[in-house]
Ligand binder design. Structure first.
Ligand SMILES: Cc1cc2nc3c(=O)[nH]c(=O)nc-3n(C[C@H](O)[C@H](O)[C@H](O)COP(=O)(O)O)c2cc1C
Length: 315
């Protein structure tokens, strides 16, 4: 997830566990074959065999509409050691869609087919190539055509965010529509959209028949969600992560952001994560209200440690 689930977050979530795979933030392919440093910035796991420290593979996500250029960048990703390549046809951002990237291609299933085929053919057959789509652009009327276009190309799996581009991120997600995709798709369909809890997974499975799920915002709200889902499906007892276990993660997250970027750039990602966490942990909401004006790393650290603010800050 662009701007939210970077290598630090992927590492932390996969250490907690329950994930088979991660995907990078999208790598925008517009006019060039990208230099290694662009891949490295969004996908530092390339230094560790393309996996998080917990050993979870991280697929590289490419976003673009030029089949030849997408193919050449996929080859670069393969050469750098990508365990898999995912193609983004879901991004609703206006700037991206204006240049015919992301969800814009949902309007022309044939172009989805060409991009998927070009990427699939460009890399070794052993490298999984997956595509992430939505139900459509303005409506879901061409959904079946989009599924056929993507899955006729030899891709390995299809991930479906069960909303149109026009529906953005607003609930509900239309999980029953995924049943249609499963029926016609020769490859597994992975369900995505509005999966916040174990009971959402159960309902999505009942509605769609899907047995594989992609978590997004739910994973940020509840860091042990994937583990909870696994425990539930294995009928094993599960001790949900309480706020006490989240608190040290917040400190770790901020420190690691400070190390990777700069201390002053570590404060906003922390606030952003609290905004997600507050959906599940009321304590995160209270903490956010307390820290939302803090700009300095040291002041944020004091707040996270429960220490009183410095006198000049309190004033
Ligand atoms: C801030 C943000 C950034 C996102 N960035 C990406 C991205 O880079 N690639 C992608 O495939 N999806 C991206 N998504 C979409 C999610 O992967 C997911 O499809 C969407 O949030 C629906 O799932 P959810 O309702 O469980 O959150 C992003 C979503 C959000 C909210």
């Amino acid at each position: 997830m662009e701007g939210v689930v970077d290598a630090i977050m992927r590492d932390m979530l996969t250490q907690i566990g329950g994930y088979d795979r991660c995907v990078t933030e999208f790598v925008r392919v517009s006019q060039t074959v990208l230099p290694k440093r662009v891949f490295f910035r969004l996908w530092p796991e390339l230094l560790t065999d393309g996996c998080t420290p917990a050993g979870t593979p991280v697929y590289v996500q490419l976003l673009g509409s030029d089949p030849a250029l997408m193919a050449r960048n996929a080859q670069v990703a393969e050469a750098l050691g990508a365990p898999g390549i995912d193609i983004n046809f879901g991004c609703p951002a206006k700037t991206v869609n204006k240049s015919e990237g992301g969800a814009a291609l949902l309007r022309t299933p044939e172009r989805i087919r060409t991009v998927c085929a070009a990427v699939r053919d460009a890399v070794s057959p052993s490298i999984p190539v997956t595509a992430k789509i939505r139900l459509g652009f303005d409506s879901d009327e061409h959904f079946e055509a989009i599924v056929d276009a993507a899955t006729s190309t030899g891709i390995t799996e299809l991930i479906v965010h069960a909303r149109t581009r026009q529906q953005g991120y607003r609930p509900p997600a239309y999980w029953p529509r995924l049943a249609a995709a499963r029926q016609r798709s020769p490859v597994p369909v992975i369900a995505n959209g509005e999966l916040w809890s174990v009971s959402d997974i159960e309902q999505c499975h009942r509605d769609s028949g899907c047995t594989d799920f992609m978590l997004a915002r739910g994973a940020l709200c509840r860091p042990d969600l994937a583990q909870a889902i696994r425990a539930h499906s294995a009928q094993k007892p599960f001790d949900p992560m309480g706020w006490q276990r989240v608190q040290p993660l917040l400190l770790e997250f901020m420190h690691r952001n400070a190390e990777r970027y700069e201390p002053k750039y570590a404060v906003n990602p922390l606030k952003q994560w609290l905004v997600y966490l507050q959906h599940y942990f009321p304590q995160a909401g209270a903490l956010f209200a307390q820290v939302k004006r803090i700009k300095e790393f040291d002041d944020m650290e004091r707040a996270l440690l429960g220490r009183p603010p410095r006198l000049d800050e309190a004033a």
